[in-house]
Write a protein that binds this ligand. Structure first.
Ligand code: SF4
Length: 144
């Protein structure tokens, strides 16, 4: 049986002032701009915080991939708070736990290890997206 891919919204946490938060955004850009541009749509967390109508509609109408920097899981919480469904949930600290040699440092500009961690995380998410069939909501990621 062939399964049709569904477009996903990707919501990284804002993580302003934290290296882990910068990694979430870099991973989201890598995923949405380079790895899976036709399957994903990036939604900034700040737009959900501000109640932007288009952003809120997007998370309500498509399953979401959230990328959080730490255990506060702000992106995941905001998607659910706005009536969205989190299909895949990722956290940078989990990726770092698996790649201890890639310690992210820097905020405005990540160090090379942080950039590599973002790429590794984006590739991991892309693999999960490839595994998704007709509905991402049916699968779930590491925390779903
Ligand atoms: S999940 Fe953590 S790093 Fe990201 S915005 Fe929330 S508190 Fe900041």
């Amino acid at each position: 049986m062939s399964l049709k891919k569904q477009s996903m919204v990707v919501v990284p946490c804002s993580g302003i002032g934290k290296s882990l938060g910068t990694v979430t955004r870099e991973a989201a850009y890598e995923l949405c701009d380079n790895l899976r541009p036709s399957d994903t749509r990036l939604v900034a967390l700040s737009k959900l915080v501000l109640g932007d109508a288009e952003a809120c509609d997007l998370v309500r109408s498509s399953p979401a991939v959230t990328i959080d920097g730490c255990k506060q899981m702000c992106a995941s919480k905001l998607v659910k708070h706005n009536g969205g469904k989190v299909a895949l949930e990722f956290a940078v600290f989990d990726a770092f736990r698996s790649h201890k040699d890639l310690k992210p440092e820097g905020i405005a500009e990540l160090n090379p290890e942080g950039k590599q961690l973002a790429r590794v995380l984006a590739e991991e998410i892309a693999e999960h997206l490839d595994a998704i069939g007709c509905s991402g909501a049916e699968l779930g990621g590491p925390h779903a």
